[in-house]
Structures are given as C-alpha cells and as structure tokens.
Design a protein around this ligand. Structure first.
Ligand SMILES: Nc1ncnc2c1ncn2[C@@H]1O[C@H](COP(=O)(O)OP(=O)(O)O)[C@@H](O)[C@H]1O
Ligand SMILES: [Mg+2]
Length: 144
C-alpha cells in the first residue's frame, strides 16, 4: 500500500489505515531519514487509538508508553526511538523484549539500530518506509 502525504494533517489517513491492520501485539517498524515524519506518524497513530497524551519525540527517553482504553484490545502503545542507541546490547539492557507482550503495539523509529534484536520476535509486523521529496515537502509512504 502506498500513500502520498503532502501535508502534516494527511498522516491521520495513514494512521487510520495502519489501525485497521493492527492486532494487540503488532510491531510497526518506521524507516526514513531524520525529519521524514516518523514521530508525526506516531502522534497521529496515538490520536487514532484514543490516547489522551500525544507522543513527543522520545529521543532522550528512548521509550515512552501510552495507555489506551478499549481500543481493539490494545492496552498500550509503546513508542521507541532507537536513534541514539549505540549498540544492540543497549537494547537488551533496556529490556525492550519485555515490552513486546500481548496488548502492546510497538512503534519503532530507527529499527535498523536494533540490529538482530527484532529478528526472533514473532510478532506480526508492519514495515513503513518514508521517503521525502525535497522539492515539494511531500512524503511517500510504503506500507507492507
Ligand atoms: N508532509 C509532511 N509530513 C511530515 N512532516 C512534514 C511534512 N511536511 C513538513 N513536515 C515537517 O517535517 C518534520 C517531521 O518531523 P518528525 O516527525 O519529528 O520526523 P522524524 O521523527 O522522522 O525524524 C516536522 O517538523 C514537520 O512539520
Ligand atoms: Mg522522530
């Protein structure tokens, strides 16, 4: 599935589509350059899932959790920004695997920084690739 996102508000359409695909333990892997709109997407997703709080960029916190209420049996949205991770071992130290449990949807920015850590997890996953058209400020989003 492909989306053309020409303005920030258009992310709600992408979020609605992703919500339709979610199960209570889906991992969403968000790839794309800095400023592509990964965090903005997670904000739109949190909104669609009925979170009262709206995610900020968790670059410093690395992991932030948002409680949800009665949304498709999803209890929480866990937002991980691996940008500042120095190594895969740090990910293990964070205990991220404990976060991947039924009832949690995990949205990961910079999943490539987690290396092989994500590999053995059997959770259903959605891969999103965002590319930026610098001339028009538009984003192309590929989902699979
Ligand atoms: N179509 C668009 N989609 C997403 N962001 C856009 C768009 N046009 C401009 N922007 C700007 O690009 C930036 C995206 O930031 P952010 O979501 O934090 O990126 P990332 O998390 O991928 O590094 C924001 O400042 C936003 O206002
Ligand atoms: Mg970000």
């Amino acid at each position: 599935m492909k989306f053309l996102v020409s303005k920030v508000e258009d992310w709600s359409l992408v979020a609605k589509h992703v919500v339709s695909l979610l199960t209570p333990s889906t991992m969403i892997l968000l790839s794309g350059p800095l400023g592509a709109g990964k965090t903005i997407f997670v904000q739109a997703l949190a909104k669609e899932l009925g979170s009262k709080k709206i995610p900020k960029s968790p670059s410093f916190a690395l992991v932030r959790t948002y409680k949800l209420q009665n949304t498709k049996q999803i209890d929480r949205l866990v937002h991980v920004d691996a940008y500042r991770l120095e190594s895969e071992r740090e990910a293990l130290a964070l205990g991220l695997d404990e976060l991947v449990e039924p009832g949690s949807v995990l949205a990961v920015e910079w999943p490539e920084k987690l290396g092989n850590w994500l590999q053995p997890l059997r959770n259903p996953r959605i891969e999103m690739h965002i590319t930026v058209d610098p001339r028009h400020e538009t984003r192309h989003v590929r989902i699979r």
